[in-house]
Write a protein that binds this ligand. Structure first.
Ligand code: GYE
Length: 380
């Protein structure tokens, strides 16, 4: 990510959402030569996959069982529960796996301990969805000494030595943030809104987690590019209950805020409760007193809120990582090399049809309008 941004910023210091397509091509070419694209300077691919857990044939064709230690974050959100189901549905006994599932309940120390226990238990693979980015060097050094491959999924981490994990698969939270911010800017342009009147409150996810860091970085950069005011931030911990408390605190401190940037859907559900209880009107008409909410994940319930106009725009974050993790494990089982970094493709959703697409880093992303048909077909 560092390299991507460095590379990008040399060419597009401002207006990153509106760069001309040829610049994107130039950038892509340069990135190809310089290895831009990840904070790890490794090969990157982007994968798209659908809203389900369709898995290939089962793993241990030769009858041996593969033991996987899975260090999960917690149960804080709809996203997380779906992600846990995806992993559980993929690594079943029937399919040749013994899954040791450890839920750290959002405690980074407990998660480090869980990974240490996996070493004692002699697992074949460790799958880690790190709560926070930092603090992994020591325990992953121990894992490497024990010769256990580590697959990092969902959230990103920062290590002194990237050889401490074999592969990473997940989302690019900064790109998710860039897309939502590009949508806000596009809406302002389309409606002729004065962006210096954007007064944004942030409801932050778990501090130090890569989605909190990435999504907030995108917002702060966009705010500086377009003259938006960020009035303040409160911690929402990615949960509905804390999201509600955070919204109450924001309203108390900044009664004139007109946009709420929620780091996930569950926080948005809490924010909606708080705003409704305070008698506020939620919507995109911020010039006439409405408060606009944007969020991330695009869970089914959130998309029903998008359709109702309660969430204006929702950046998708895909939780169906089980099959993607399995692909890595099966390749390693066959002695094949695996790509170090694989981003999953993700969309962006809005309730109105005003903005058809947004451009980030020279790439166009369609904005999907949430229809009743889409909602009925949505699994998560
Ligand atoms: O956005 C949030 C969850 O790490 C991408 O964690 C994930 C985030 C997701 O609790 O809902």
């Amino acid at each position: 990510m560092q390299n991507k941004l460095l590379c990008y910023k040399q060419y597009h210091k401002r207006n990153k959402h509106r760069i001309a397509p040829f610049c994107g091509l130039l950038l892509a070419a340069l990135c190809g030569f310089t290895g831009c694209g990840t904070e790890h300077n490794e090969a990157v691919t982007s994968i798209s996959f659908s809203q389900d857990d369709s898995t290939g044939q089962f793993a241990a064709d030769d009858g041996h069982t593969i033991t996987i230690g899975f260090a999960q974050v917690g149960e804080e959100s709809d996203w997380r529960r779906t992600n846990s189901d995806s992993v559980r549905n993929t690594f079943t006994t029937d399919r040749g796996y013994n899954l040791l599932f450890e839920d750290a309940q959002n405690d980074p120390d407990a998660q480090v301990s869980a990974v240490s226990r996996f070493i004692q238990q002699g697992v074949d693979y460790i799958v880690l969805e790190p709560i926070v980015k930092t603090g992994w060097d020591k325990v992953l050094g121990d894992v490497q000494k024990a010769g256990i491959p580590v697959i990092v999924a969902d959230r990103q981490l920062t290590l002194e030595d990237d050889s401490l994990y074999t592969a990473w698969v997940g989302s690019d939270p900064e790109l998710e943030g860039d897309k939502v911010c590009a949508w806000l800017h596009a809406l302002a342009e389309k409606r002729g809104l004065d962006e210096s009147q954007f007064r944004i409150g942030i409801i932050q996810g778990t501090i130090g987690s890569s989605p909190q860091i990435g999504r907030e970085k995108a917002l702060r950069e966009a705010a500086s590019d377009y003259g938006w005011s960020i009035v303040g931030s409160e911690r929402g911990e990615f949960t509905q209950a804390k999201g509600r408390e955070a919204m109450d605190a924001l309203l108390e401190k900044y009664p004139d805020l007109n946009i709420v940037y929620c780091d996930n859907d569950n926080e948005a559900y809490g924010a909606i409760e708080a705003l409704e209880a305070a008698g506020k009107t939620i919507g995109t008409d911020i010039n006439n007193g409405e408060i606009m909410i944007v969020a991330f994940d695009a869970a089914k319930k959130a998309l029903s809120y998008v359709r109702k106009g309660l969430i204006a725009c929702d950046g998708e974050c895909n939780p169906f990582l089980g099959p993607e993790i399995e692909k890595v494990i099966l390749a390693l089982e066959e002695g094949k090399s695996v790509e170090k970094i694989r981003y999953v493709d993700e969309g962006i959703y809005a309730g109105n049809q005003e903005i058809h697409s947004v451009i980030v880093d020279g790439k166009t992303y369609p904005v999907t309008q949430v229809t009743q048909d889409l909602l009925e077909k949505r699994v998560y």
